[in-house]
Design a protein around this ligand. Structure first.
Ligand SMILES: [Zn+2]
Length: 488
């Protein structure tokens, strides 16, 4: 069997969030913005993990050298050029980094294979590539192979020219972990989720190096370019309901973007420190619970909005201010106030105004197969819709405690608070319980250009998907107090 492939196998996605009996829980102690303005050195609106925000077209540099690599079966296509440049580039990165961080020389890959899943049936030590829409590292012959027929063109057309570099940097990450062995906690029986998380993390380290302008081949802007990278990672997530212990598990989008961001922010040593134990403690990927009846998304109606409101009230009761009412009001705008349909926060009367019909469309289940094939799924899932409403609700809490609600920091703080609320919804007995796949619905929403989850009261948001995801993740993993300290 192919090991270390880029993506797991897919079945139709099934997503659910289930209402269960209420138990009180508190998640928020937002102290407001006034006391926390001295965090100048911390990431926040305006930098990307310590790098400046840059805007330019990402991809191969016009003066990129010609890679000196032998590739079996290559056809000179644009996708092969991008893939081969990415391998040459990432190998240069590892040639620099491995001696520095791990005290050993990087040995280049022994062989490379390009193939088309449409027509080719080349053999590798890991089996035939016939019909394989994937890319993979094959340990027995120390090779990397990629499908230039379906996978790479599809990713390039959808996400741009950085997408194939995401694929190849990940595969090279596997080659590196086999070279590091025990230094990277890799043994024969290491579960695939550990290897995959680490490979995503190593890829993150490489992309930081590119973003720092150290690459001869690629240039990567930290805004649109890094967005392409995050969106590519999102598409290749495992389907909802996969168990993290399943052989071949790669992680949810939440997990994959997390691992990537660790590598980007902290570098390869931190990736090598990943092991079964610390990954198990934080991984969000899990099968559906027995209680996830039907596995369909909740139908958005007055009853479920009531449950959502209760769940938000509980999560933010620590703030000590009244939570906004949620009212269905035609187009989801405030009369004479902010208009960010399908949900708006109206400061004048502390109300969240929602357009139920529009949110119901958004709440339709994710069709991961359709998304993979055509780039589109009708809905983003119920948790995407809940997150949009929760974000407007969180605006009311922030206003209540005297925090700013109309700037970039307010948008990121909102995403962070939505993450904290989502975490509160994982506790057994929570009013609204997070189920498998739900966090990825929030991330899917965050990555869409019109998402409210990271928007300020007027619907303005930071351009950068990396920052938006990071904010949500911080709230989820570190609790709501980090939201005010980080994005004060
Ligand atoms: Zn992999």
């Amino acid at each position: 069997m192919i090991q270390g492939g880029l993506r797991g196998f897919r079945r139709p996605a099934l997503i659910a969030i289930v209402a269960v009996v209420a138990l009180g829980l508190s998640a928020c102690n937002d102290k407001g913005g006034s006391t926390t303005g001295q965090q100048g050195s911390q990431p926040g609106a305006g930098d990307i993990a310590g790098l400046p925000v840059t805007h330019f077209e990402s991809g191969l540099k016009p003066d990129a050298p010609k890679p000196d690599l032998k590739v079996r079966n290559e056809d000179g296509s644009e996708d092969d050029q991008l893939a081969i440049a990415a391998i040459a580039d990432a190998q240069t990165y590892w040639t620099e980094v491995m001696p520095r961080d791990f005290g050993q020389q990087y040995e280049p890959l022994k062989s490379l294979l390009s193939y088309s899943a449409r027509s080719d049936d080349e053999d590798t030590e890991c089996g035939s590539v016939k019909g394989l829409v994937n890319a993979f590292y094959c340990p027995p012959d120390d090779s990397v192979a990629w499908d230039r027929g379906v996978l790479l063109p599809m990713l390039r057309e959808r996400f741009g020219k950085m997408a194939s570099a995401v694929v190849l940097a990940h595969e090279l990450g596997h080659a590196v972990q086999y070279r590091l062995g025990e230094k990277a906690n890799i043994k024969k029986n290491t579960p695939s989720i550990v290897k995959e998380q680490q490979a995503d993390c190593f890829a993150g380290g490489y992309f930081r190096w590119v973003a720092e302008e150290k690459s001869k081949f690629y240039k990567l802007s930290t805004s649109e370019g890094l967005n392409q990278v995050m969106a590519s990672l999102f598409l290749i997530r495992d389907q909802a309901g996969t168990s993290a212990t399943k052989q071949g598990a790669h992680g949810t989008a939440f997990d994959r973007t997390y691992a990537f961001q660790v590598g980007f922010e902290k570098g390869p040593k931190e990736c090598a420190a990943m092991n079964e134990e610390n990954i198990k403690a934080r991984i969000t990927e899990r099968p559906f619970d027995k209680g996830d009846k039907g596995k369909g998304d909740s139908k958005l109606d007055a009853e479920i909005i009531g449950i959502l409101k209760k769940s938000l009230d509980e999560a933010f009761k620590g703030a000590g201010v009244p939570g906004p009412e949620i009212t269905e009001d035609g187009n989801g705008s405030c009369s004479g106030g902010p208009s960010t349909p399908p949900a708006s926060y109206c400061p004048s009367n502390n109300t969240v105004s929602i357009d139920m019909a529009k949110l119901r469309e958004l709440a339709q289940p994710v069709d991961q197969e359709a998304e993979w094939k055509s780039g589109q799924s009708e809905g983003k899932g119920d948790f995407a819709a809940f997150s949009e409403i929760a974000s407007r609700y969180a605006m009311g809490i922030q206003k209540g405690v005297g925090a700013s609600i109309d700037n970039a920091n307010a948008g990121l703080r909102t995403a962070c608070l939505v993450g904290a609320w989502a975490k509160a919804s994982t506790v057994p007995g929570a009013t609204l319980r997070l189920s498998a796949g739900d966090l990825d619905e929030a991330i899917s929403d965050l990555l869409s250009p019109e998402s409210l989850v990271s928007a300020d009261v007027n619907g303005k948001r930071v351009d950068n998907g990396f920052e938006r995801i990071e904010a949500l993740r911080k709230g989820y993993l570190e609790s709501s107090s980090v939201c005010s300290t980080q994005y004060g």
